[in-house]
Design a protein around this ligand. Structure first.
Ligand code: AMP
Length: 464
């Protein structure tokens, strides 16, 4: 695609799809064709060291062309801002499909696992290691297909047939292979280990440990085979557990390869109607609903009762008053950005026009399971939300771009930041929660707590 094609006739909606290390990811929609793409906006003024990392990410990403990898379309560079254009994944992040403490139906997990391995095997065949495989970086398209995304930590481990060991300690702790902490390490087994953690998380809704080090009790139990009666392992059937054991083999030389995983009996088992493709009836709204009900029914019949865990105490509260918050949100209306048609780069101005998210363009928002309608008006909803956040001892403020930003810590005492947007959709109020930083699964747990608090005001969510 030509750079100008992204400028002319593309609208940029103010709804943020997500937040990356160097800025936000927005949705662009073509005015005439309604084609949708995602746009990563990098703010070079704010992130002074972004350039070299972004250049590396782009160099790697543009080499890739695979059905289970988010496609790279192009970039546009300006002195202070940069735009990277990507295939749009309307189904959100994989963690959205994982019910905390429960997981998802086995057939669905199997399909995602196959797609993840297919994408990863392609990546490895190109000599590239991802180094940050986790449900937050696995996106789902509108047909329910998994796409590997975010090549910010990816690197070349094989060049002209010659393989090198990697030495950089990077990734996300709970998903890291133990040898990454020790270094140097082989690229492919390390990515495969992370897939093993994703596998366990998909089936149990739990992360087995916060990091795979000697000081971690859960990891040490796993290493010494003293784990069987404990979660998450006790939630897995024998075949799934056997696969988990062989992927999460601490000895990277004995760890299964992608082909061996693909041939494991669990991967070849026919789970019947659990398959993701069977759940797709053309709309991803329905996909989310059906997945939810499938998780419930399978949990009732086949899986252990989910464990209830209490969250850790949170950081102290500094915040705006609720009325200040209401004013703030009212004054920062949901805008639609519009790229003007440029003749020169200097003319490339972002123009702001008023365009709130309405029921008409609601389908353009990324599909998430972390949202619900409420029966109350805007002010009352915000008030209830803020009281719920207070009761849960989360720090919040409503000063940022019309969203309530929430800061807390997760069960492992790691920082967790998420946003709650309140949309007035032609009189119907939608509360939409999005992870900013931290673990997706922990974010979902917090979301469920807030939802429980707001139980009394939750309205009809059948069209979500
Ligand atoms: P990243 O900068 O790649 O870490 O992206 C940050 C977040 O933005 C992701 O976790 C997604 O929620 C969202 N996002 C990134 N790329 C896309 C995409 N191609 N389609 C939809 N959402 C995206």
């Amino acid at each position: 695609m030509q750079t100008t094609a992204f400028v002319e006739d593309w609208l940029c909606y103010d709804t943020t799809l997500g937040e990356g290390a160097y800025g936000e990811v927005k949705l662009l929609i073509h005015k005439k064709t309604e084609e949708k793409i995602a746009c990563k906006i990098i703010n070079h003024r704010k992130y002074k060291n972004a350039s070299s990392n972004i250049n590396r990410e782009v160099t790697i990403h543009k080499m890739l062309d695979h059905e289970n990898i988010i496609k790279y379309y192009g970039r546009r560079q300006e002195p202070l801002k940069e735009y990277i254009f990507l295939e749009y994944a309307a189904g959100g992040e994989l963690f959205q499909q994982i019910e905390p403490d429960t997981g998802m139906p086995s057939g669905m997990a199997q399909t995602f696992m196959k797609q993840l391995l297919f994408g990863l095997s392609y990546l490895h065949s190109k000599g590239i290691a991802h180094r940050d495989i986790k449900p937050e970086n696995l996106l789902i398209d509108s047909d329910g297909n998994l796409k590997i995304s975010d090549f910010g930590l990816a690197t070349l481990f094989r060049f002209k047939g010659k393989e090198r060991l990697l030495d950089k300690k990077c990734g996300t702790k709970p998903y890291l292979a133990p040898e990454v902490l020790l270094r140097p390490y082989r690229a492919q087994p390390a990515d495969i280990w992370s897939c093993g953690i994703v596998f366990v998380t998909m089936l149990t809704g739990e992360l087995p440990w916060s990091e795979p080090g000697e000081k971690n009790k859960e990891f040490m139990k796993w290493k010494t085979d003293m784990y069987l009666s404990e979660t998450p392992w006790s939630k897995l059937g024998n075949t799934a557990l056997s696969l988990a054991r062989q992927i999460l083999n601490v000895d990277d030389k004995k760890r299964l390869t992608i082909t061996q995983i693909e041939n494991h009996p669990w991967m070849r088992f026919n789970f019947g109607s659990d398959k993701v493709s069977d759940q797709v009836d053309g709309t991803s709204e329905n996909l989310a609903k059906r997945w939810n009900s499938m998780v419930e029914s399978e949990t009732r019949h086949n899986r252990e009762t989910p464990t209830v865990t209490l969250s850790q105490p949170t950081i102290s509260n500094t915040r705006l008053s609720i009325m200040q918050a209401v004013d703030c949100l009212r004054n920062t209306t949901k805008n639609q950005l519009c790229f003007s048609q440029p003749t020169h780069n200097d003319d490339l101005m972002l123009q702001f026009t008023e365009s709130p998210v309405t029921r008409d363009n609601f389908h353009n928002m990324v599909k998430r399971m972390t949202r619900f309608y409420v029966k109350t008006n805007f002010e009352k909803s915000l008030e209830s939300l803020c009281s719920a956040l207070d009761s849960l001892h989360y720090t919040w403020n409503a000063a940022f771009k019309g969203a309530v930003s929430v800061t807390t810590v997760d069960e492992h005492k790691n920082p967790l930041t998420f946003k709650a947007n309140i949309y007035d959709m032609d009189g119907k109020i939608l509360l939409d929660f999005r992870l900013s930083k931290g673990c997706g699964l922990e974010f979902k747990k917090k979301f469920l707590k807030i939802k429980k608090y707001l139980e009394d005001i939750i309205g009809d969510c059948s069209d979500l």
